[in-house]
Design a protein around this ligand. Sequence first.
Ligand code: SF4
Length: 315
Amino acid sequence: MTARIRIGISSCLIGQEVRYDGGHKHNEYITQSLGQFFEFVPYCPEVAIGLGVPRPTIRLVKVGHTVRAQGVKDSSLDVTDRLVAYADKVAPRLHSISGYILKKNSPSCGMERVKLYTAKGMPAGTTSGLYAGRLLALHPEMPFEEEGRLMDPVLRENFIERVWIYHRWQQLVSRRLSPKGLVAFHTRHKFIVLAHDEKSYRELGRLVAEAGKGATPELGQRYVRLLMQALKKPATRTRHANVLQHVAGFFKKHLDAEDKIELQDVITNYRRGQVPLVVPITLIRHYLRRYPDAYLADQHYLAPHPDELMLRNQI
Ligand code: SF4
């Protein structure tokens, strides 16, 4: 088995008893299924800044144009600066991890839609948890997701696909980015990007064309930011079907009329929502074994993450 990919995680999600009440929020899917492929690096910002277990609960309060993390019972307990400083301390360590799973609704770890209050305790909208928000701003290219959203098959597949792609990118740049390396990386991810966002696909192509003049770290940074931004947009059934149609074209010289009709039917059934993505992909992989094509075989689109996770059986 290859080395597991390192993923940051809110400590309570892997069963550590670090919540304000001494409990945890163990998520079995994360530890059992994803744990086969990911090595979790846990962080509990509230414990790390010295709040202890058990501890007074905190909430996000709108103060003028700022957001503060204050005690629910005692607003003189203000841990805003400590949470932000802790995120600043953790951020440089995240270069060795390829994604981060956050605890939803937490005033520290929540990625989005965390409740915000007025000083009098009235609802005042929603925002990100203070620690999470800071990390997101400092690592805009890194895949972040909340455990609640991971229960949605489309968002789950999207996050896991992004983790694998980001991990491959980290490996590429760790060996020093060369023009050839960038072109090869881009080429192998073309169909994946196309399934997410056609406009970004074209923009990325233009960026890669600049690599001929030198694949500088700055160009690499622009590339990965744009790539990871594009991949956040979940791939739709229609876009997948268009990519599948394009892939089917690789076999047009090899397939007889009956096989061509079968492949078209499978793609149409997928487009209509009658079968999951794994069905056309399995048939295409079968034809690829029978009629090898080096370019197609290199496309991560056909195997973006381990089959054992069964992510494409649900979308
Ligand atoms: S949500 Fe974050 S701060 Fe709260 S217990 Fe879990 S890891 Fe700690």
